[in-house]
Design a protein around this ligand. Sequence first.
Ligand SMILES: *Cc1c(COP(=O)(O)O)cnc(C)c1O
Length: 430
Amino acid sequence: MKRKILPIQFACPDVGKAEIRKMKEVVNSGWLTNGPVVREFEAKLKEMSNASRAVAVDSCTAAMELTLRALGIGPGDEVITTPYTYSATAEVIRNVGAKIVFVDLGDTYSFEMDYGKMADAITERTKAIIPVDLGGVLCDYEQIYMALDSKRELFKPANQIQEAMKRPAVIADAAHSFTARGMFVTLNPERPMVSGEIADFTCFSFHVLKNITTGGEGGAVVWKDIPGIDNAALEQTIRLLADHGHTSRDKSKGWEYDIRLFGLNHIMTNIDAAMGLTQIQRLPEIAVKRRHVTIVYDLLFKARDILPLISHFVTTPGVQNVSACHLYPVFIPDGGTDGDAIRNGVYDRMKAAGIPCNVHYKPLPMMTAYKQAGYDIADYPNAYNLFRHVLTIPYHTKLTTVQQIYIADHLEEAIDEELRANASHGGVAK
Ligand SMILES: *Cc1c(COP(=O)(O)O)cnc(C)c1O
């Protein structure tokens, strides 16, 4: 019997009976919103990421914004990030009233900021850096800390936490990198470090399209206690900010409560945490499947002269760095054109073959809201150049090898046909 190839999904959550069973338990318990199941989920998050603190919230966006607020970052401050990311990374900076400072990507086809330019962008107003572990690959945090160290004398702390940190905070947008690990010898010469213990603060996403999910939406901030600050107080501030500044949900103290600060509503529910807990239990299985799909793609593209833009497995002497295997972007040649026509043509041909692809990402300075705010893609040539060559292909645990072969074959064909069609219209084929 012929195996069914279509339909193919771009991404798809890996949830099933085990998750439903646990969620049903919570529903039957009658305690639906924030409570003990969320605490249990947070304990697991700490364990998985070698962190000492974890606050689960309803999104990664909320986790980043609450962290900025808790650190006292706001109007008059600057926060550095990459233009090559999802809007959440930058909008949280704007939402707290600080200025978004974009730093272009490094050399050709890198998904990371140019760390030399990052150091140059640090001013006496800089209060944080938000690097993005794109596709599940950890950024070069050694270079980030080095850049920050080189500009230490510029730092102007505005509160006790900032004073104790003595430099801008590194808040990782780790929406893609939960469980990624890598060796950072200057930070820990003994063993590879895991996403959650490398940046000062690490924000995860459990959105439905991320590697694991908590009921469709969810996120968390985790960190390792920072010397010199009251970490328990900082955790309490983030919890209060996520819950209207409302104290004493503890009913043993009677009805009395206080509103300690002006907060928001970003709490995670017990139901969502129940799904998250089951997903974490099943993570070994999910991670093995994602790695298997990665290895199959790597082999298929090697045989077809197609260049993956991310190496999910990087072996340095004696150590294997493994990403969280979240996105699989491939390089689409431009046929000598300077726009993105070839990539778009390949996208259309893949779509016609029933293969949904995407572009991660269209750089933020190309977006209307950002243009209106004065950002110009001409200032970020490396981000633009990467963008016009990128296509992200279906990548999830339900892909079969037969489907992956179908995708690789069609991709090779689509690139060839698109280059040929372009050459016959006066372009220059490579
Ligand atoms: C998904 C995503 C976010 C936002 O995560 P939410 O949990 O949906 O808020 C932030 N940054 C990146 C890079 C993402 O892909």
